[in-house]
Design a protein around this ligand. Structure first.
Ligand code: GDP
Length: 451
């Protein structure tokens, strides 16, 4: 099975509601998990506005308009003006199902009614949820929202995680189960890549020896097999994965003189087959030329990647840690997009995060960003931080689309490529990474001129 470059279209479910009703809380609650944060350099969760969600055989893409300019929680509005109307229209047009979120404590407001009337003009399913119903009395009070005329009023509490399953059921009742066909889904295939002796086989063994990891007993599967299927517990849910090329990891240590050459060939192949690469570096030795070669392959193959700074037990102090981070930044600048996990295969430090973080990055690498949403993010970006003049003229962004992922490849139509300075290009990349949670996923932005 090959990795798909782009997921088949997932239904897009958008959370809409006036400011401060709890849109971002609902977004995080429905995702049920956050990426295990590893190092602040990656900015993994902040400002994310869209992410794929799986629930009981259904998959959809969840969008939080609270993180966009649309009725953003930073605004304090009592009515819909033209700007809000336009932004809301974009959000609605790019979604298949809408969750209209309200707040029991504020009661049914005029703005809620306006938003609701607006949403109803589009012929799309709307699910009504009343948030902040933290106790039974408040759940009763939520019934006042039935005045809006919906069949179901979901009296939920994001803080207490109550009544969310009925909400999920209604969301998923509007499209057929789409997770049955496992064959169609790319799988979590993890490759441990790194120079000889950085600790790859120790990591593989420790990972597979973890209590919550079960090595599948498919016939012929042993710890020395090439690819080892396993399952693991991810916050109460069982998830499957495949550890790629573990035999290569072991055997090659023995062929001393040819080690580098063969291991590089084998590593390249294993990287190609991965859906997530764990790039292992020996933190006690710092970044070497061998590491640079491997990093290049990961980049060229456009693979989602986490940097594993192993043998942390030999270092364990701030100054060398900082030096390592600085070296990484300096020597492997294109790895800046990667989260970093400090591990020790000796004492197990960092191991709890390895699989959940791999899974998160893998899931995020399947994101298919709706064009309207992408453009909303870019539009907000330009409003907040306009491109500086180059002296020749002003850079103008017309619109952008995502063509594939991973690597996350965008085409951005603009007036003149030359008018965009490098730091603004980096800023555009950073904005997209933050908005769409693309930490660990290589990004390509192709600038095309339009007159
Ligand atoms: P590989 O060639 O990348 O698979 O590396 P190995 O897993 O065979 O490890 C090479 C050496 O490093 C072995 O002696 C391991 O015991 C040691 N090693 C691996 N991980 C760690 C670690 O986290 N801390 C320390 N102190 N030693 C480690």
């Amino acid at each position: 099975m090959r990795m798909q470059t782009k997921t088949s279209k997932l239904p897009t479910v958008t959370i809409v509601g006036r400011p401060n009703v709890g849109k971002s809380s609902l977004f995080n609650t429905l995702l049920r998990k956050r990426i295990a944060i590893v190092h602040e350099q990656c900015g993994v969760t902040r400002d994310r506005v869209a992410q794929p969600v799986s629930w009981d055989g259904y998959r959809y893409q969840l969008v939080d308009t609270g993180g966009l300019g649309v009725l953003s929680d930073e605004k304090n509005v009592d009515f819909m003006d033209d700007q809000i109307r336009t932004q809301l229209k974009v959000a609605v047009e790019s979604s298949d199902i809408m969750i209209m979120l309200t707040d029991v404590k504020a009661g049914l407001t005029e703005l809620d009614r306006e938003v609701c009337d607006f949403l109803r003009k589009h012929d799309k399913p709307i699910v009504l949820a009343v948030n902040k119903c933290d106790n039974l009395d408040l759940e009763e009070e939520a019934q006042a929202f039935s005045a809006l005329g919906f069949k179901h009023v979901h009296a939920i509490s994001c803080n207490h995680k109550s009544n969310l399953d009925t909400l999920r059921e209604e969301i998923c009742s509007y499209f057929p189960p789409n997770e049955e066909d496992d064959e169609a889904l790319p799988e979590l295939r993890i490759t441990l890549a790194g120079r000889p002796n950085v600790g790859k086989s120790s990591i593989a063994n420790r990972l597979l020896g973890e209590e919550r990891v079960i090595v599948s007993d498919i016939a012929g599967t042993t710890r020395d097999a090439v690819d080892i299927p396993f399952s693991f517990d991810d916050e109460g849910e069982s998830k499957n994965g495949l550890l790629v090329d573990t035999a290569g990891v072991k055997k090659l240590r023995k062929i001393d003189n040819l080690v580098e050459k063969f291991s590089m060939m084998r590593t390249e192949d294993a990287i190609k087959r991965a859906t997530v690469v764990l790039f292992v570096i020996d933190v006690s030795q710092g970044v070497t030329n061998g590491d640079k070669k491997i990093a290049n392959t990961i980049k060229e193959e456009g693979k989602p990647c986490i940097v594993i700074a192993n043998k942390w037990d030999l270092v364990k102090s701030e100054a060398p840690k900082q030096k390592f981070l600085d070296d990484l930044d300096h020597d492997l600048p294109f790895m800046r997009y990667c989260p970093i996990i400090f591990t020790s295969a000796v004492d197990g430090n960092g191991f709890r995060e390895l699989l959940p973080a791999s899974l998160r990055i893998f899931e995020q690498s399947l994101i298919d960003i709706p064009t309207a949403l992408l453009n909303q993010v870019l539009h907000d970006m330009v409003l907040r931080t306009p491109p500086p003049s180059t002296g020749k003229g002003f850079f103008k962004v017309y619109y952008a689309t995502m063509v594939k992922n991973p690597p996350a490849h965008f085409i951005l139509f603009c007036n003149k490529k030359d008018y965009c300075q490098d730091h603004y290009k980096r800023f555009i990349e950073k904005t997209l990474r933050n908005a769409f949670g693309l930490s660990g996923i290589p990004i390509e932005i192709e600038y095309r001129e339009r007159t």
